[in-house]
Design a protein around this ligand. Structure first.
Ligand code: HEM
Length: 414
């Protein structure tokens, strides 16, 4: 695994789009947009189902149906050119591509099958009791203190502990996981100031990840060891096994951490919705789904055209990057009733918080399990959640979440 800095992008040199398409100078990565993206996404949707972004020389799709069409046509909208702005078919990838996320059929199919087997419902069932016990311990500790930080004490602490143990990585140095994930998700966007600053502050995270993915540094009973066993059986290569551990660590932590933080923020901001969940903890799974719809963690990623194709009446050239704005699809009024309302009783299934199609999140079962256990345990034990001040938003080119969330919680009286 070699990691190098990505090439500097000269996005302003891109040519204009074909006639008849709205062309905007909108920057989906601007701090102002990341602070509250939803009014901007609405403007974008109003401009049309497909819009040209002048600054980056890419098309963006933001309507529910168009996003779905792109994600479910992987032969035309491929992932092997990278799911970020950089085009691996024409530019050197900044790191060795993921053999699952950044692969196309037929190679993708076999790797995905190995991944799915290793993280099967049976394998996950064995982890339930441990995950539940850990959630109870953490939430009891927060209740003892009363005032706590929802991100630091729970949203961050829980996945780092339970998911890290499930993969089988060493305890020492787990603080490097988040900076590494932050860089990976920033790298899906442009080489902007945010990305450069992240890279400059990375420290030894990349080297630590490299070491953590080695077979000899993994426990014998985790997902990591199981990837190497699949390599022994000839299903994937040994190098591929290391890359799958890397993908699991980069795709599986920031995402769950931010999702749990987004859940806490939105439940704290909507006491009526918290009351519904608190009174019926079995709604935890549905509430998590609504969090993923209403405040999607993974906001956007790219696909690249493999040939000339017409999309929403627009002719796209081969090798064209298309920004897929799933967070906008999840708020599209053409699909959802009152999309800007956070409603834990809503049937939010069909939201694209985990993507869609053959690349739809391969870790969604364990992610849902973690999220559901945390929300259910909170709803079982906690009476009130009060946010103490504004939570600190974390700025990243691709994922949305918080780094700190001071809050006060009180226990339920049984
Ligand atoms: C709530 C937490 C999570 C969210 C919101 C999330 C979101 C996503 C999304 C949107 C994609 C699709 C990317 C694309 O189509 O290009 C994806 C893919 C993926 N995710 Fe997740 N993810 C989460 C948790 C996890 C976890 C815990 C793991 C690891 C166990 C994981 C592993 C993966 C992998 C391997 C892929 C690539 C799948 C493929 O290309 O076939 N994710 N995730």
């Amino acid at each position: 695994m070699k990691f190098t800095q990505p090439p500097e992008g000269e996005y302003e040199k891109h040519i204009v789009p074909v006639k008849g398409v709205s062309s905007l100078n909108f920057d989906p990565y601007a701090a102002e947009v990341l602070t509250n993206p939803y009014p901007h996404y609405e403007e974008l949707r109003e401009a049309g189902p497909i819009v040209w972004l002048e600054r980056y020389g890419v098309y963006v799709v933001s309507h529910y149906n168009t996003v779905r069409d792109v994600l479910t046509n992987p032969d035309v909208f491929c992932s092997s050119a990278g799911v970020g702005l950089s085009n691996f078919h024409t530019e050197k990838p900044w790191r060795q591509p993921s053999i699952i996320l950044e692969a196309d059929q037929p190679e993708h199919t076999g790797v995905r099958a190995v991944f799915a087997r290793i993280l099967s419902p049976r394998a996950l069932k064995k982890l339930t009791t441990t995950f539940e016990a850990e959630a109870e311990t953490m939430i009891d500790r927060m209740l003892e203190n009363g005032e706590c930080d929802g991100v630091v004490d729970l949203a961050h602490a829980f996945p780092i502990k339970v998911f890290g143990d499930a993969v089988g990585i060493m305890n020492e140095g787990r603080e490097h996981l988040l900076p590494y994930g932050d860089m990976v998700f920033n790298a899906f966007g442009p080489v902007n100031g945010r990305f450069k600053e992240c890279l400059a502050n990375l420290g030894p995270a990349t080297e630590w990840i490299y070491e953590a993915c080695k077979r000899e540094n993994l426990t014998d009973d985790g997902f990591g060891a199981a990837f190497y066993a699949a390599a022994d059986a000839g299903e994937i290569t040994h190098e591929g096994a290391g890359l799958l551990v890397r993908t699991t660590l980069s795709a599986g932590l920031d995402t769950t951490i931010f999702t749990m933080g987004n859940a806490l923020v939105n439940l704290g901001r909507h006491p009526d919705q918290w009351a519904i969940l608190r009174d019926e903890p079995k709604r935890a799974r549905a509430a998590l789904e609504e969090v993923l719809r209403y405040d999607s963690t993974f906001h956007s990623f790219y696909r690249t055209t493999t040939r000339e194709i017409e999309l929403e009446g627009v002719k796209l050239d081969k090798n064209q990057k298309v920004l897929v704005l799933v967070a906008s699809a999840n708020r599209d009024p053409r699909h959802w009733t009152e999309p800007d309302k956070f409603d834990v009783t809503r049937k939010a299934t069909g939201n694209m918080g985990f993507g869609a199609g053959i690349h739809g999140c391969a870790g969604q079962m364990i992610a849902r399990m973690e999220g559901e256990i945390v929300l259910r345990t909170l709803a079982t034990k906690v009476e009130t959640i009060e946010l103490l001040g504004e939570p600190s938003l974390h700025f990243n080119n691709t994922v949305r979440g918080y780094t700190s969330m001071p809050m006060r919680i009180t226990a339920k009286k049984h």
